[in-house]
Design a protein around this ligand. Structure first.
Ligand SMILES: N[C@@H](CCC(=O)N[C@@H](CS)C(=O)NCC(=O)O)C(=O)O
Length: 257
């Protein structure tokens, strides 16, 4: 029976070459964040490109996952690359690593799931805004939120109905809960006021098409409760008395906790 030792892929060229060699050479210094990598691996390249895009400091460690060294097996019992070591804790599965990097380094480089940080804080700044005498302020936070929704709609696939096309993807499910709660502004803060028609472009009609597709998606529909029972929860946000981490972060002018 073949063992890992004589796995056909164990006869690997041992290190990165070409453009990748320079990056590897520049990431040999000790860092708290370590990427256990195989230079050839497409799953590694997912995490590696996110590290590079976000300019996160990391140490590159080349391993041969077909000759699994103990250093790798200690972190990841399956011995697959990519495996990340962060504060001495392991993390693996390339998509999980990408999402983790996005969450753990919000201030590094581009937001690769930009809809999340942009939409949710703006939703809450508007909902928690206390107008007092300042009606202009309310108008500003409303316009800001509408602007974020519009930017999002402008990035969508033109036909949709989902964000990237005919089928939903993670982006849809990450934002859907807030899109499903836009009715809160029918009760609070004098309405949201999405324009009924697009004067200059088709952005708001694209937004409405997306909203309808989300509302009709069984997984989203079937996880939604009756409006009346959400209301007392949102009343506390609208009064700005909610004590959740999100409410507190909004009061301090910060984003999603
Ligand atoms: N689902 C994993 C797949 C990772 C994976 O299969 N990596 C390959 C190298 S491209 C590996 O480590 N293979 C070792 C083996 O099969 O034992 C991820 O997305 O991180």
């Amino acid at each position: 029976m073949a063992t890992k030792q004589d796995h056909p892929d164990s006869n690997l060229f041992p290190h990165a070459t070409g453009p990748a060699k320079a990056i590897v050479d520049n990431h040999q210094a000790e860092q708290p964040l370590k990427l256990y990598s195989g230079w050839f691996c497409p799953f590694v390249q997912r995490a590696w490109t996110v590290l590079e895009e976000k300019k996160i400091p990391y140490q590159y460690i080349e391993v041969n996952p077909y000759h699994k060294p103990d250093s790798l097996l200690k972190l990841n019992p399956r011995g697959l690359v990519p495996t990340l070591q962060y504060d001495n804790k392991p993390l693996y599965e390339s998509t999980v690593i990408c999402e983790f990097l996005e969450d753990a380094y919000p201030d590094h480089g581009p937001h690769l799931l930009p809809e999340d940080p942009r939409i949710i804080p703006a939703f809450h700044r508007f909902l928690q805004y206390q107008p007092m005498e300042d009606k202009e302020g309310l108008k500003e936070v409303r316009e800001d939120f509408l602007g974020k929704l519009k930017e999002l709609a402008a990035e969508m696939d033109p036909n949709g109905p989902f964000f990237l096309g005919s089928e939903p993807s993670l982006i849809d499910f990450v934002v859907a809960p807030w899109v499903m709660r836009l009715w809160v502004f029918d009760h609070f803060k004098e309405g949201l006021g999405i324009p009924e028609s697009d004067a200059d472009d088709k952005v708001w009609s694209r937004f409405r098409k997306w909203q309808k597709a989300l509302q009709e998606r069984p997984s989203i529909h079937d996880t939604t409760s009756e409006t009346e029972h959400y209301l007392p929860i949102y009343q506390r946000y609208a009064d700005n008395t909610a004590q959740s981490e999100l409410a507190k972060a909004t009061r301090k002018g910060r984003g999603v906790p």
